[in-house]
Design a protein around this ligand. Structure first.
Ligand code: FVH
Length: 290
């Protein structure tokens, strides 16, 4: 298994981390990057630098791409379509579900086995216990490549629709950015009043951990569309209290830009007569494809 050759296309921060994980686990690793000098440190670790994408694609049955975006992946791979025929392409570039599906259709047209993936880690986390990667597309290829893919982090197959990995990826990132948004606003508030971070941060962390236990209930309500069964803190009460969240921010000189969109949904949903529902009721105003 550790002698399975791998090719890595794209040697930005993430591509370098991926190639390093393969090299440190003993995989013969061929690398290519648009700016070739970025391969220097990997070559010192034992990687083979390919002169062009065709040579890189021809070097291994398993080819991993991690480049800026899908447009740059396509621009990179198009000249190597013939060389990739019969091989497995794993695209770990960030994109949308439809971009992934279009890439899968392109791969299929050229006889390339395609797996799409979403990396849930930052570069230093690759190869550690914290890292996980979601994959979708060709199930058989995933099973075959699993021991190699696990060099990068835990590997989770989420479905044969090639767009699913991107959907999971952006959904997980949405949860993360939502949390970051709230945390940044909270810290701007306390900072504006001179509250020491060392005093506030432990409270914030334990509050967020306690609130995260409500995620399964949120999920059930959004899945069923019934937001009225397990209400602990109803929407009307939260909407009234939200005025204070906005007002306090304004008093402190912090623009409540992160929260005005949520306030708008809460006010509208309450006005529509759903004040006795849980907060998740606002999702009904967000989903445009229902
Ligand atoms: N870094 C992170 O925290 C996240 C973690 C989750 C996954 N993302 C996604 O990974 C993709 C690559 O991200 P990155 O961190 O490696 O990004 P950079 O360090 O900025 O490197 C960009 C590489 O893309 C190459 N590149 C850009 N445009 C083109 C092009 N038109 N043709 C060929 N290659 C291109 C660039 O090459 P060069 O500038 O060195 O020549 C770098 O190799 C990305 O989708 C993240 O969202 C990372």
């Amino acid at each position: 298994m550790s002698n399975t050759p791998v090719t890595v296309l794209g040697l930005g921060a993430m591509g370098k981390a991926l190639a390093t994980a393969f090299l440190t686990n003993g995989h013969p690793t061929t690398v290519w990057n648009r700016t070739p000098e970025k391969a220097d440190a990997l070559v010192a670790l034992g990687a083979v630098r390919a002169d062009d994408v065709v040579a890189a694609a021809s070097a291994s049955e398993l080819v991993i791409a991690c480049i800026w975006d899908y447009a740059s992946v396509m621009e990179t791979l198009e000249p190597a379509a013939d060389a990739l025929k019969g091989r497995t392409l794993v695209n770990l570039t960030n994109g949308t579900p439809d971009q992934a599906r279009r890439m899968a259709a392109w791969a299929d047209k050229h006889g390339i086995t395609y797996l799409d993936g979403g990396i849930m880690a930052v570069p230093p986390g690759i190869g550690t216990e914290q890292a996980f990667i979601v994959y979708s597309g060709a199930r058989e290829a995933f099973d075959t490549c699993l021991p190699v893919l696990e060099r990068l982090g835990a590997a989770r197959f989420v479905g044969t629709d090639p767009g699913l990995a991107a959907l999971y990826d952006v959904s997980l990132l949405s949860g993360m950015y939502g949390q970051f948004m709230g945390v940044m606003h909270a810290l701007a508030m306390t900072s504006s009043a001179g509250v020491p971070a060392a005093e506030f941060v432990p409270l914030l962390t334990s509050w967020l951990e306690a609130m995260a236990t409500g995620i399964p209930r949120f999920a059930e309500q959004i899945e069923t569309g019934d937001h009225s069964q397990h209400v602990v803190s109803n929407l009307a009460m939260q909407t009234a209290g939200f005025d204070n969240l906005i007002g306090a921010a304004e008093e402190q000189g912090v623009r409540p830009v992160f929260f005005t969109a949520l306030q708008d949904l809460m006010v509208r949903r309450t006005a529509e007569g759903y004040g006795a529902d849980d907060l998740t009721s606002v999702v009904e105003l967000m989903m445009t494809r229902k």
